[in-house]
Design a protein around this ligand. Structure first.
Ligand SMILES: *[C@@H]1O[C@H](CO)[C@@H](O)[C@H](O)[C@H]1NC(C)=O
Ligand SMILES: *[C@@H]1O[C@H](CO)[C@@H](O)[C@H](O)[C@H]1NC(C)=O
Ligand SMILES: *[C@@H]1O[C@H](CO)[C@@H](O)[C@H](O)[C@H]1NC(C)=O
Ligand SMILES: *[C@@H]1O[C@H](CO)[C@@H](O)[C@H](O)[C@H]1NC(C)=O
Ligand SMILES: *[C@@H]1O[C@H](CO)[C@@H](O)[C@H](O)[C@H]1NC(C)=O
Ligand SMILES: *[C@@H]1O[C@H](CO)[C@@H](O)[C@H](O)[C@H]1NC(C)=O
Length: 646
């Protein structure tokens, strides 16, 4: 799972986990810890026939009855190697039909094959295997966008030996019609985003180990990923560099143990080996591990699969199989383990926060959205900030246009003095005040706000105190993901308008630089320079004459009415870029609207974690800090004071 945690493995890892887990999940709500989940293969095989009958009788959306044989045989497959006998059992003919080019959609008017055609089997996998390796992810319908993004990144790299496990028929059907190779893992698994720790989550917890245990006997190498990962570079040559390793696993490591692209020193890693991305070779030892792992998980409902995996694989660690490659004996003393470097098989922190690969001059292979606490929305937003999400064209051309602004951060706030809580809050406070004004103007003009890049001086990595990052290559100040200051999930999911006023749409800071942004949007651009009222060229009367391609001078402290009067002339301009948000707006005329807007702003802002030796150990950002003389960044004194600022 991708659980965004780096855990100090103490003498009792499970206790350590629980303590840390509940200690301090900063910012976004813990109930939204995502799940990328899994499947119950073994049970699926048992339940298969029963379920397919149930499904057939209850579904009218597509036919699960087999297509006519003629139709099936008419399709040509360049990938099938195991057939050629037209009297093979129908089920295999159905499966062969699945082995075509990815993204090649089934012919219009054709019928979807029977659910049986999607059953996991050696034959089905074989159709997609290349060089004996298959890359797999799995999800339910709630995560289809992640899955499509994951597949697209691989196919863009020219890799098509991949398969997606669908936990529910809704995803199965959707992927089939998009031409994505899919197998069915589901029972009646929920199609919604299952909250972390919920009973459904616990059920799904068990499925990864079951899947691997079912897969390994096929004899193929399995590169298994959570769907909230993306591939940036073909990893197969890298994996092939370590032919001895039975398992190559990613880790939650934040501090490099190596500074090149070689494997990490597994024994120096005191956080989890992360099971959201790992590679298995079908050796006797790894099969044995998969079986034991599965059995332990099945025996205990409340156990976290990643903890169990770590416990058993670390049962014995060392000696090296080979000092040069750093592959090390693990588990039963015979299993050969390698730890993928977190600088290039990146965690959500090494990639999105540290940019470790850049500092080390390396090319990253994968990014995993761990170390992030704003749920699925937060993950999507991180991918978007990094321009790693394939969004549809409509995402880039919003009807009411964009509002963007230059944050013009004073240099001293960014660079002077030491990086500490005070300097961090001074810097963030400066930015959130501007952002708040930008939100008001976006609301007024009903435009989509392009969030600025936010700069931080202190990291927001819960479960780690600042001292824990000693030896990391983290640079300060740094551009921090939006989720380190704002509750991205709340912003994206929306708030009721009766209570919080009109909703305000946001986009990531990088959207205007995204290659998918159409030229016609960027060409329709107006720069707005804030000016002091009364200075030359700063009169409202002159606006009508301003060319849409020129610079518009606009007085500071303008009223709602002035905004409406002036910007109604530029309704068709796609991008308005303000030179600053400092004193840009005096506030809504309608006091009720102002009140609701303030409520919205307060609901958007998060908190900073990580105060040492204090409980509660976080400090709330106060988006209206400037209205409170003498405001200081201080944690709540007592648990009773532990609530967002009024
Ligand atoms: C089917 O495959 C054969 C041989 O690979 C090829 O010659 C033929 O054009 C293909 N037919 C279709 C309909 O793609
Ligand atoms: C195809 O399979 C049938 C029955 O499974 C068998 O009798 C036949 O000889 C096979 N034909 C070829 C060409 O392999
Ligand atoms: C793996 O296990 C099988 C069955 O127990 C055995 O026949 C085989 O020799 C083992 N392979 C290795 C490489 O140990
Ligand atoms: C604001 O823009 C959205 C999206 O284009 C539109 O649906 C909505 O009706 C607009 N609201 C107002 C008050 O114009
Ligand atoms: C305004 O635009 C028109 C045509 O686009 C151009 O001819 C004119 O010179 C512009 N005026 C100013 C003041 O830039
Ligand atoms: C805008 O208004 C604020 C608060 O009323 C005031 O402090 C500030 O000086 C004004 N700025 C300008 C440029 O008028």
């Amino acid at each position: 799972m991708d659980i965004s945690i780096a855990i100090q493995l103490s003498s009792n890892p499970l206790l350590g986990l629980l303590r840390n887990l509940f200690k301090d999940m900063e910012n976004c709500k813990p109930t939204f810890w995502p799940i990328y989940a899994i499947v119950l293969m073994a049970a699926a095989l048992y339940c298969f026939y029963i379920f397919s009958d149930v499904y057939r009788s209850s579904s009218s959306s597509f036919s699960l009855l087999p297509s006519t044989p003629a139709k099936i045989m008419a399709s040509n497959s360049s990938h099938t190697t195991n057939t050629g006998n037209s009297s093979l059992a129908p089920i295999f003919r159905l499966q062969n039909k699945l082995a075509k080019h990815i993204w090649e959609v089934p012919p219009a008017g054709s019928k979807m094959p029977h659910l049986k055609a999607f059953k996991l089997s050696k034959k089905l996998v074989q159709q997609r295997v290349k060089d004996n390796i298959i890359i797999v992810t799995y999800a339910n319908y709630a995560f289809m966008d992640f899955v499509l993004n994951w597949v697209k990144h691989l196919t863009e790299l020219g890799i098509d030996n991949l398969l997606v496990g669908a936990l529910d028929t809704k995803l199965l059907e959707a992927l089939y019609w998009k031409g994505v190779p899919v197998f069915y893992m589901g029972r009646q698994m929920s199609t919604i985003d299952v909250g972390w720790g919920s009973p459904d989550f616990q059920k799904m917890q068990r499925e990864k180990a079951i899947l691997i245990d079912a897969f390994l006997p096929f004899g193929f190498e399995l590169l298994l990923c959570d769907s909230d990962t993306v591939w940036l570079k073909n990893p197969l040559p890298y994996l092939a560099r370590f032919p001895d390793a039975d398992i190559l696993t990613s880790t939650d490591q934040l501090i490099p143990t190596v500074v090149d692209d070689s494997l990490e020193f597994c024994e120096q890693i005191h956080v989890h080996y992360n099971i959201g991305l790992f590679h298995w070779r079908p050796s006797n030892s790894s099969k044995k591990l998969a079986k034991e792992w599965k059995e332990l998980i099945l025996a205990d409902q409340n156990i976290w699969d990643q903890v169990v995996f770590n416990d058993i694989i670390r049962r014995q660690l060392g000696p090296f199989v080979d000092q040069d490659s750093k592959v090390i004996y693990a588990y039963d003393g015979e299993l050969k383990l390698g730890c993928l470097p977190s600088s290039i098989f990146c965690t959500g922190h090494t990639f999105f926060v540290q940019n470790m690969y850049q500092h080390l001059g390396l090319e990253p292979y994968a990014a995993h959205t761990t170390h992030q606490s704003c749920g699925t929305e937060g993950k999507y937003h991180r991918f978007r900030e990094a321009k790693l999400l394939y969004d549809p064209p409509s995402y880039y051309d919003v009807p009411e246009g964009f509002l963007t602004f230059k944050p013009s951060i004073p240099k001293n706030l960014l660079l002077d003095g030491e990086h500490n809580i005070e300097s961090h809050f001074a810097l963030v406070n400066y930015q959130i005040k501007q952002i708040r004004t930008a939100f008001a103007i976006a609301s007024l003009l009903n435009r989509t706000l392009v969030m600025p890049r936010i700069w931080c001086r202190m990291d927001t990595i819960w479960l780690h105190r600042p001292g824990d990052m000693v030896g990391s290559i983290m640079r300060q100040p740094f551009v921090c993901p939006l989720d380190s200051v704002f509750l991205v999930d709340v912003m994206v999911r929306g708030l009721p308008e009766e209570e919080f006023g009109p909703s305000i749409r946001i986009k990531e800071y990088s959207i205007l630089d995204n290659p998918s942004m159409p030229r016609k949007v960027k060409d329709s651009w107006l720069d707005v320079d804030l000016c002091h009222e009364g200075s030359q060229g700063c009169q409202v009367s002159s606006y009508a004459t301003i060319n849409q391609t020129g610079v518009l001078k606009f007085p500071k402290n303008s009223s709602q009415e002035t905004y409406w009067t002036v910007f109604s002339l530029f309704k068709d301009v796609k991008v308005l870029q303000f030179s600053s948000m400092e004193d840009a707006f005096i506030g809504f005329t309608d006091k009720l609207r102002e009140e609701k807007f303030r409520k919205r702003m307060k609901a958007y802002i998060g908190r900073w974690c990580c105060v040492e030796d204090h409980s509660p150990g976080h400090i709330y950002y106060d988006i209206y800090w400037d209205e409170k003389p003498g405001w200081k960044p201080e944690p709540p004194r007592t648990p009773e004071d532990d609530h967002p600022p009024a």
